[in-house]
Structure formats: C-alpha cells, structure tokens
Design a protein around this ligand. Sequence first.
Ligand SMILES: Cc1cc2nc3c(=O)[nH]c(=O)nc-3n(C[C@H](O)[C@H](O)[C@H](O)COP(=O)(O)OP(=O)(O)OC[C@H]3O[C@@H](n4cnc5c(N)ncnc54)[C@H](O)[C@@H]3O)c2cc1C
Length: 407
Amino acid sequence: MSNSADFDILVVGGGLVGSAAALGLSQQGWRVGLVESQPGESLDAEIPPAAAVDDFDPRVSALSLASQSLLEQLGAWDGVRKGRHCPYQAMTVWDGDGTGRIQFEAAELQAPSLGTIVENRAVVKSLFLQLAESSVELIDGVKVAGWWQDAALSGVRLDDGRSLAASLVVAADGPASRLRQWAGLPTREWDYDQQAIVCTVKTTHGHRSTAWQRFSQTGPLAFLPLCNEQGDSHFCSIVWSQDTAEARRLMDLDDGAFAGELERAIERELGAVESVSRRFAFPLRQRHAKDYVANGIALVGDAAHSIHPLAGQGANLGYSDVRALLEELSRAKTVGLSPADATVLARYQRRRKGENLAMMAAMSGFKQLFARDELPVRWLRNTGLRWFDRLGPVKHRIAAQAMGLNR
Ligand SMILES: Cc1cc2nc3c(=O)[nH]c(=O)nc-3n(C[C@H](O)[C@H](O)[C@H](O)COP(=O)(O)OP(=O)(O)OC[C@H]3O[C@@H](n4cnc5c(N)ncnc54)[C@H](O)[C@@H]3O)c2cc1C
C-alpha cells in the first residue's frame, strides 16, 4: 500500500480498449499510467504488405462508424486509415436452412460505409504510437499480480515486485479479468459450448465490399472483407462459430478439406476458397459483470462483458464504454471531483449497463432462434427475415443502431 498516488488513473490492459481509454484520459489532463503484460516492442515491427493469407492478422474487428469517430477524436484513426483497412458498403445475412435473406446497404442509410474491417494489431499499434507522444507512463512487459484498496487509494502489485497506487484503477484486462475477480465483482456467465474458428482465406470471386453472414443450426459463419495494399478484393477474414465437437472436427481437417467445407458452408457466394491461413479456435463464453464499478475501480471492454462474436460488436461495445467513461471523467475534472468519486462511477455504470445487456440479450436470442430445427420455427425465421428485409424504416433504424449512428 502507499500514502501517495503515483497516478490519478491507472489503466490495466493495453488491448484495443485499454489503450484507447488511457490515451483519452491523458488528453483530459489526468496523470495516467498504463500497465500491459506484452512488451511494447512487440508492436515496433513494421506490418508487412499482404500478398498472401498468412500476412494478415487473424484477429480483425468490424468497427462501427461510432468506434471510428472515437479513434478519430483520439488521433489514432489516421494511422489505421493509412494502413490496410476495408470499409464495407453492404451486409448480407441469410438463413442456411431456408430462404430468408436480409441485405443492408450503406447507400440506403446515406452513410459512407456500414463500418470498416480492421486488423486488431494495426489499431493497437496506432494507439500505441499516439500513447508514445502523450504523457501516459507506459509500464509494459510486466503483469499485474494483485490488487489492493484502502480508504483513499487503490492500486496494483506487479509481478516484478513494484506496487503502483492511483485514485482510480480502470480494468481493461480482457474477458478473464483478474482485476474483476480480485475486486470481488461477480459475473453472470453462459457457456455456449461453441468455438469460433478464425482465419484468413482467399476466394476466386471478389468480396464486393460486402460482409457475408450465413446462419445455420450449428452456428453462424461470417466472411468479412479485407483489402490489401494493391486493393485486391479476394481476401476475407472468417469467423465460423460451431458447436465444440464440430469445431474440433473442422480444426483437425487439412487445409484442402477445410477449404472445401468452408466453400459449401458459404454456399459458394464467393466462388472457391483457394487458400486458407493458419486457423485459431476461441472458446465462446458470454460473461457480464453484475456491477462495472466498485470503490476505486471501473471495468471497461471485455473485462465488463464478453459477447458472442456473431454480430461483431465486442470491440464496439468496449469503445462505447470508453466514450462514456471519458465523458463522465471529463465532467468530474471540470467540477473538481476525484476520478474515483462514487457518483461519477455510478453514472458511468448506469449509462453502459443497459445497452450492453440489451446487445447481449439480442445476440443470445438470435443464436437460439437459428439453433432451432422445428418446422414452425424455421418457417417463422424465414418469413421473418423476408418481412424484415422489406421493412425499410425499421430495418434502417436497427442498422443505424448497430453502426452507432444514432447515439
Ligand atoms: C473470434 C472473435 C471475433 C471477434 N470479432 C469481432 C468483431 O468483428 N468486431 C468487434 O467489435 N469485436 C469482435 N470481437 C470481440 C473483440 O475482439 C473484443 O471485444 C476486444 O478485443 C476486447 O478488447 P479488450 O481491450 O477489452 O480486451 P483484450 O483484447 O483481451 O485486451 C486485454 C489486454 O490486457 C492485457 N492483460 C491481461 N491481463 C493482464 C495483467 N494481469 N497484467 C497486465 N496486462 C494484462 C492483455 O495482454 C491484453 O493486451 C471478436 C472476438 C472473438 C473471440
């Protein structure tokens, strides 16, 4: 423990969400520290041009326009925009067990795009370049090994023996957040008994700047469009969520057999799958912290909530947390309150919990709807999708919500 604070705010976790939070908070004039277990130098290497499937980062995100605008405000979007990124103009969603189909178009919404597919490492790299120019003290290559809290301060113990104290600790240490556990913030959890297989593929037909998503009983398959430096539109990042046993079977296939299964699963919308990168499988678990805040600590991003990737909203929800936290802490600074003031933290929690819960409930409902095989459910699903596709204004409102346009 300590009698004096090293920082006003200490952010733990320099992933997509924590690095954005640390940057934004320092721009407001708070004294900020950021602890990240990975060494910063791991981001120094130049991102090589992409000529083949293995040149892309297997982890990508479909960033909404609202997330892009947060990154712009932080000064980090320019770095992402100058590298590979792929704005998509349309999204096609269909039921693999029927005939229902929905098509969303950016033009119908008078938007420049529905969102942009970015490689996670490029976003984190751009945020770290801005952090290097900021007043944030980066404590990298070292793990947080404990958390403590007293009447005035809270802080962390690092695994190299150091202890750091701050008025507020922001936990952005991901879905298995140790800080959430040490602070005694319980979660509600659902194991989907599914895994998401992630990799990059090259197809014989171009992706037409469209995000493709096919639902089936065993889970959704998404083809997210990627662009390389030459504007080649034949690369996609895939996220294939499957029941665990099926995911294991697919992971065990050789590349040729996997490409064949993938091609059939996406109904050859993009022609043949020519090549497949190394595959990764992520177990899918939905988690939601019952409270996002406690004395001296606030959770953001996956530390507060992790969600099924079927709508690609995890990072977007995390960036919405960051925006709300920045607004509340800016207000606190203006009126001279501590960043750990209980009313400030309660306002942050109130603003974020409802939206995150609603999105998680929608994803679970969607997943269950498509997991059912009974004829009446299939009929309802297909009729519903066709009917929804014709419902211009309602469809547009929902799409705008997902893009973060009407906040
Ligand atoms: C298969 C898949 C596909 C997805 N696709 C999308 C998509 O298309 N769009 C989208 O919006 N979201 C998507 N997501 C979700 C998105 O990736 C996450 O929501 C996002 O990465 C969460 O960011 P984060 O910064 O909160 O956590 P993380 O990215 O997990 O970052 C946590 C950071 O904390 C550090 N850390 C952890 N513990 C410690 C410690 N003890 N000490 C110090 N540092 C520590 C880690 O090194 C890491 O850098 C997807 C998720 C999956 C699994």
